[in-house]
Design a protein around this ligand. Structure first.
Ligand code: DLL
Length: 436
């Protein structure tokens, strides 16, 4: 789908302001903000003072952006170790909100926001949604979960800050979502791509044509998704679908957003975040254009400044296009999602690319790891298209197995079913049964 949308049109406003600032202006702003943020972290969060002292660095050593590499990393384990409020730089009376990320194991990571943090976050989500194709006149169905997860409330405040109308349906209850969609006629929908695919499939199953819905745009994120998934959603609903990125430890949704006019990766809002890509083995920064792990430093956060947070997301930094700030390539996987099969490294996203190319399969799948003897073994559960005859299922199975062998170089078992649970929030792509 191409965006029938003009960036110069009146409802977008002129190309001015920080989104279109020159590289030099962005660098100057980042440098002065990073100095403040490093000092704020050092003087107000005991963990950072300890970690900087141990590394032998002081905020005054920071003179230019490349000096950031002297400072120690922060990761999920750091936040867990400081559970619940050890990473907060302000007193409780200054907090407007607390969120937490459940994670699959261990203690949750907890993040706090001052009223100003909530305002900045809302403005960044509003900026993201506008870049992703939303307009102030739009009605927006928000299917991200509301609660401790940052998706629902983060999106909600952004929709309101944009001046648009929020329809806070949260996740799940798909039939009700569809009924409300028919009755309220939203212009846009926000949610995880796997959940929007659920909605699409349910509509078709009930004999509706999703292309006849009132939707014009979908802004999707919170989990990796592929170009194939984008195609499914765009063609299925007759919409433009753009990508939104963020993580709770850094803020929530709205750290980076794909612009609808180019759909070429996610612009990082560099006035509030300083992104780096590191080699996850040497932990050294790599130049723009090279792949590695994304590390983010907040530049303006009051309640929970975050210094060099290791996201574990694999991507690379690219020059700006629709905006002057740098882009992240679509995030296809995390380095902790890697599966190693007889020495070959692979990721769920690679299977997804092949699955979405096959019309007899749906991009609803799960990678199940188990042990066979001493060897790791992978079974790929995949859903087939509705009403596919048994013979075609068998053919699809042989085809996919061969494709995986040829293109990824691994041998896996394929189990094609009429239903694979897609979940209501983030899809669980990897199930590790190796201990069972
Ligand atoms: O998922 C925040 C969010 C909500 C982002 C709604 C976008 C929309 P967490 O639960 O802390 O926060 O999970 C963060 O999710 O490190 C990525 O691995 C993954 N992720 C988030 N957005 C994308 C995306 C929210 N657009 C983790 N593409 C991140 C790929 C994504 N992965």
């Amino acid at each position: 789908m191409t965006a029938n949308f003009d960036i110069f049109s009146d409802h977008h406003g002129p190309q001015m302001g920080i989104e279109y600032a020159s590289r030099d202006e962005v660098t100057a702003l980042q440098t002065s903000r990073a100095k403040n943020e490093l000092r704020h972290a050092y003087y107000n969060v005991p963990h950072y003072r300890r970690a900087f002292d141990e590394a032998g660095v002081h905020p005054d050593d920071f003179k230019e952006l490349s000096d950031m590499s002297m400072f120690p990393f922060t990761d999920k384990a750091t936040l867990r170790g400081e559970y619940p409020f050890g990473m907060f730089a302000v007193g409780h009376h200054q907090l407007a909100r607390i969120h937490a990320s459940s994670g699959t194991t261990g203690r949750p990571t907890v993040v706090g926001y001052t009223a100003n943090d909530v305002k900045v976050w809302s403005d960044l989500v509003a900026r993201s949604l506008r870049a992703g194709g939303l307009r102030p006149k739009d009605k927006v169905q928000i299917t991200f979960g509301y609660g401790l997860f940052t998706g629902g409330l983060g999106a909600h405040y952004g929709v309101e800050a944009l001046g648009a109308t929020a329809i806070p349906t949260s996740g799940g209850q798909t039939e009700r979502q569809i009924q409300l969609m028919k009755d309220f006629k939203p212009d846009a929908i926000l949610g995880t791509p796997s959940y929007l695919l659920n909605v699409l499939d349910r509509m078709k199953k009930e004999g509706m044509d999703p292309r006849e819905s009132s939707l014009r745009v979908g802004v999707c994120g919170a989990e990796p998704w592929s170009e194939g998934m984008r195609r499914e959603l765009e063609e299925g609903f007759g919409i433009d679908a753009t990508d939104i990125y963020g993580l709770s430890e850094v803020m929530g949704p709205g750290v980076a957003q794909e612009c609808i006019e180019t759909k070429d990766g996610l612009t990082v809002w560099e006035d509030h975040f300083y992104p780096e890509i590191i080699d996850s083995e040497t932990l050294q920064p790599v130049p723009d254009g090279e792949y590695g792990e994304l590390v983010i430093t907040s530049l303006t956060k009051e309640a929970c400044p975050i210094i060099r947070y290791r996201t574990h997301d694999i991507t690379r930094l690219l020059p700006g296009t629709a905006r002057s700030m740098r882009r992240l390539e679509r995030i296809k996987h995390r380095n902790d999602d890697m599966i190693i099969l007889r020495g070959v490294n692979c990721f769920p996203s690679q299977f997804e690319e092949l699955i979405t190319e096959d019309k007899s399969l749906r991009p609803r799948y799960q990678c199940v790891l188990s042990k066979r003897g001493r060897m790791d073994h992978l079974t790929l559960l995949v859903e087939h298209a509705p009403d596919l005859p048994q013979n075609d299922i068998e053919d699809a199975k042989i085809r996919l197995r061969r494709q995986i062998k040829d293109k990824i170089g691994v041998t896996v078992d394929i189990d094609i079913r009429d239903h694979v649970d897609g979940g209501e929030g983030k899809a669980k792509r990897l199930v590790d049964n190796r201990d069972k």
